[in-house]
Structure formats: structure tokens, C-alpha cells
Design a protein around this ligand. Structure first.
Ligand code: NAD
Length: 480
């Protein structure tokens, strides 16, 4: 019998009137479980519970919050193999990638456990004699957390941990495709002793649960990671309702490869950045911009490397790239592969469906060359194992092409020249810049986020996260 999983609302595991199957993309015959699908009324109950729990939670000693977050982090790390296996099974990342992501989630909880006791304010002299000025940070209130499917445990962790650390209460809606990791993480948070109402898991549709979060007067802030169209819609509603919000959205991240690059490094950066995790990373290097002198050698070497990759069941040992997450994402990838060919780009490798032992969404990683930056395949986020190569005559042209995009999440350059590396770091219009490293792959203790159409609002992660999860108070005292 298929296991049933409930929502966690107001301190109780609760059934909903609807449930949805969680399907393994490596083997569509494998149903991981049936997960509750909340109604708008369930969302409302969760929001009211979070509202009611806020005054007490916001005044807890940091030690209480520290101890709970530390327990969560410790349990995740102790169970990272099992959680990584669940992640690979439901999302399609390979097992090592799944375990790595689970470990990352644990480290994030431990980081924010420590942040609870690092909250500092400022005390200044007033410009008026005899008066003291104090600047302190306070929690924002009820935080609505809306997450995408591509990092099913790390993204929830990097939103839930700071929200709770800084004294907010939480209503959390994971993506419909990956309720498994969200449920497992919620069980851990509950087991760690989170008080009733402080944390609520509300699995369900974006148009029902997500929309309820964004419209409800008792949700004070919304943190969202997902696609640009959803982010835009959500932003408009947040503004209408005067909510604080933060958006992390898509990318079309350039990796510039210069003539003087180490070829091996450039190929590894490109293949890892563009295709690992099935190319389903917001920071994926989907645009490879390559100068003339190294272009042909680079394309040949990337193609050879792609031939050596094993595309198979995500949990199978030896798999380098797992399946695409579902049929609809696969249809999107295939449609862009067709568009690229129609636009005149040359498909030099991959792009075809693959059959494996079990029915799944297997796609051979696709490489396009002769791509103009004006083509749709170079401008729109595909979000699959598809990369484009665009030629550049010089470093200056490569930089111009790299910045010629509506997105600004991550950018990379492969070069052995300090001059070009330094210039690129200064002049790239991206929130995160990598030199001789894949555009995907970041640390958890430093800010994460982008510019232009990729992001809106304060950065996530590291101590910069407090910009979003706290609000500043300025107090004036005339000692009486
Ligand atoms: P999506 O926009 O379809 O969904 C994201 C979340 O929003 C889901 O939980 C969904 O249920 C919810 N949602 C949908 N409609 C809603 C509505 N009307 N109101 C409120 N919530 C709603 O994105 P996705 O397909 O899950 O994720 C892929 C996208 O996420 C890609 O564009 C990727 O680049 C982006 N992403 C960005 C980052 C980043 O940090 N910049 C990280 C990971 C993924």
C-alpha cells in the first residue's frame, strides 16, 4: 500500500481532502507516497496558528531557538545518506548530489543556530545632547515560504532556518513535485521540539496555498524562489497587500572561456555547470561564450566529455546525470531543442530521448554551437541539460555578450589572466561571479542572489539573510 503523508498545521499532523502521488522521475512506476494537498482553508488555519504563536516565539531566549535549530541540523547530518536517497528518488539528482544537498541543509541549520546568539544592535550618541539612540533588529512576523522543486531540501533549509533563528513563525509551501523532502524535513523540525504553531507545513498547489499566503493579511513577509513568471505575479500581489517580499528567480548564466584558459578546467566548468543536476539549477552555465582561438578545441573536448557521461537512474551507482524532473519539464526542454534548430543553431551533440531499464524522463545532454545571442535558446531559461556556445572575437565582446541578458544571477570566466579575471569580476552584471569554477556551486555562509531580472530584495544566506528576516527599530531615550 502507498504511504500517506499529512500536512503539519497548528501543532498537528492533519489530513486534507485531497492527496497527490509523488512520482519517481527515474522510474514512473515507483510512487514514493501520497502527499496531502491542502485547501485554502488549511492554509488559513496554518497562517492563523503562526500568527498566534508569534508573540511568544519572538520573545524566546536565543538559546531556545539555538537548541532547536542545532537539533535539526544534527539530525539532518546524521541522516544525510537516507535523505539524499529520498531526494534523488523524488527529484532525479544523482545520489552523491542528493547526499551533498542534504548535508548542505544540515550545515545551514547549524549556521543559523549559531546566528541566534550573534544578534547585535548599535548604540550611538544622538545629535541632540543627553539622548541615546539604539538600533535593534526585530523579527518581521509570520513568514510565508514558497519554494521550487529543484533543490527540495537546501532551499527550504535556507529559508526556514533564518526565519526561525531570528524569531519569526513560518508557513511553508514546498513545490508540488517534491513534497517528500519537505515532509521529512518537517518531521525533523517537529521532533526537535518546535512549539505549536511556530512552524507549519502546507503542501498543496501554488495557485491555492501559495496564493493564500500572498494575499492573507496575517502573513507579514513572503520569501519566494521559483520562475520569473510566478515571481512577477506574486510581487504584484505582495505590493497590493503591502507585504515585505524577496524573490530569487531564473538565470541564463554565462560562462566565458577565453583563449588563455586551461582547456581541461574550462571543459570541467562547462560540463559540471551546464549539465550536472540535469541542468536544473538556477545557476547553471547555460550560455557558453567562447573566444575564437579556443572555440573549436573547446567544443570538441566538451563533446568528447559528454560522450563519457552516464545518464541513468538517479540512485544507481555510476550515474552522472539523472532524469529530467517530469514530463512537462521534458516537453519544455524538447521544445527548446526544436526551437534552437529552427533558429539556425547547430545541434552538435545529444538532445534525444533515451530509454533505460525503467520508464523515466531521460534526455541526452544537448550542445548547440553557432548560437547568436539574439536567439531564444540564448535568451530564455530552458532549465534542462541544454547549453549553447556563442563565439566571441575578443574578451571585450565576450563580456558584452555575457551581460546582454535580462538575468543576472551567476556568471563565470575561465582564464589564466589576472587582468581579465579582475576585470570580469568588476564588470559582470551578476550577483555571483566565478573564476575558473562552475557557475553553479556556492558556499552556505555567504550571500546568495542575483541582479536584474533574476532577483528582487535582500540577499539570502549567511548573516546577510537577516536583512530580510528582521526589521530595524530605532529607539531614542532621554534618561529621566
Ligand atoms: P515555479 O515558479 O513554477 O514554482 C515555484 C513555487 O511557486 C512552487 O512552490 C509553486 O507551487 C509556487 N507557485 C506557483 N504559482 C503560484 C502562485 N500563483 N502563487 C504563489 N505561489 C505559486 O518554479 P519551479 O518550476 O518550481 O522552479 C524552477 C524555477 O526556479 C526556475 O526558473 C529556476 O531558475 C528557479 N530557481 C531559482 C533559484 C534562485 O535562487 N534564483 C533557485 C532555484 C530555482
Amino acid at each position: 500500500m502507498t504511504s500517506q503523508f499529512k500536512n503539519y498545521i497548528a501543532g498537528e499532523w492533519r489530513e486534507s481532502s485531497e492527496a497527490a502521488d509523488n512520482v519517481n522521475p527515474s522510474n514512473t512506476r515507483d510512487i514514493i507516497g501520497q502527499y496531502a494537498r491542502a485547501t485554502a482553508a488549511d492554509a488559513e488555519r496554518a497562517i492563523e496558528a503562526a500568527r498566534a504563536a508569534f508573540p511568544a516565539w519572538s520573545r524566546t531566549s536565543p538559546q531556545v531557538r539555538h537548541d532547536i535549530l542545532k537539533k535539526v541540523g544534527d539530525e539532518i547530518l546524521a541522516r544525510k545518506e537516507e535523505l539524499g536517497q529520498l531526494l534523488a528518488r523524488e527529484e532525479g539528482k544523482t545520489l552523491p548530489e542528493g547526499i551533498g544537498e542534504a548535508a548542505r541543509a544540515g550545515q545551514i541549520f547549524l549556521f543559523f543556530a549559531a546566528e541566534t546568539v550573534r544578534m547585535a544592535g548599535e548604540k550611538l550618541p544622538s545629535v541632540r545632547p543627553g539622548i541615546d539612540v539604539e538600533i535593534t533588529r526585530e523579527p518581521v512576523g509570520v513568514v510565508g515560504i514558497i519554494t521550487p522543486w529543484n533543490f527540495p531540501i537546501a532551499i527550504p533549509a535556507w529559508k526556514i532556518a533564518p526565519a526561525l533563528a531570528y524569531g519569526n513563525t513560518v508557513v511553508f509551501k514546498p513545490a508540488d513535485l517534491v513534497p517528500g523532502c519537505a515532509h521529512a524535513l518537517s518531521e525533523i523540525i517537529v521532533r526537535a521540539g518546535i512549539p505549536e504553531g511556530v512552524f507549519n507545513l502546507v503542501m498543496g498547489r501554488g495557485s491555492v496555498v501559495g496564493d493564500a499566503f500572498v494575499r492573507h493579511a496575517h502573513v507579514d513577509a513572503i520569501t519566494f524562489t521559483g520562475s520569473v513568471p510566478t515571481g512577477r505575479k506574486l510581487a504584484a500581489t505582495c505590493i497590493e497587500n503591502m507585504k515585505k517580499f524577496q524573490l530569487e528567480m531564473g538565470g541564463k548564466n554565462p560562462l566565458v572561456v577565453l583563449d588563455d584558459a586551461d582547456l581541461g578546467t574550462a571543459v570541467e566548468c562547462a560540463v559540471n555547470g551546464a549539465y550536472f543536476s540535469t541542468g536544473q539549477r538556477c545557476t547553471a552555465s547555460s550560455r557558453l561564450i567562447v573566444t575564437e582561438g579556443i572555440h573549436d578545441k573547446f567544443v570538441d573536448a566538451v563533446t568528447e566529455r559528454l560522450k563519457s557521461l552516464v545518464i541513468d537512474d538517479a540512485v544507481k551507482q555510476g550515474t552522472h546525470i539523472g532524469p529530467v524532473v517530469d514530463q512537462s519539464q521534458l516537453d519544455q526542454d524538447l521544445s527548446y531543442i526544436k526551437i534552437g534548430q529552427e533558429e539556425g543553431a547547430k545541434l552538435v551533440y545529444g538532445g534525444e530521448l533515451l530509454n533505460r531499464e525503467n520508464p523515466g524522463f531521460y534526455l541526452a545532454p544537448a550542445l548547440f554551437t553557432e548560437v547568436k545571442n539574439s536567439m531564444r535558446v540564448a535568451r530564455e531559461e530552458i532549465f534542462g541539460p541544454v547549453a549553447t556556445v556563442t563565439r566571441a572575437k575578443s574578451y571585450d565582446e565576450a563580456l558584452e555578450l555575457a551581460n546582454d541578458t535580462m538575468f543576472g544571477l551567476a556568471a563565470g570566466v575561465c582564464t589564466t589572466s589576472l587582468k581579465y579575471a579582475t576585470h570580469f569580476k568588476r564588470n559582470s552584471e551578476a550577483g555571483m561571479v566565478m573564476v575558473n569554477l562552475p557557475t553553479a556551486g556556492v558556499d552556505y555562509h555567504v550571500p546568495f542572489g542575483g541582479r536584474k531580472g533574476s532577483s528582487y530584495g535582500p540577499r539570502e544566506q549567511g548573516s546577510y539573510a537577516k536583512e530580510f528576516y528582521t526589521t530595524v527599530k530605532t529607539a531614542y531615550t532621554l534618561p529621566g
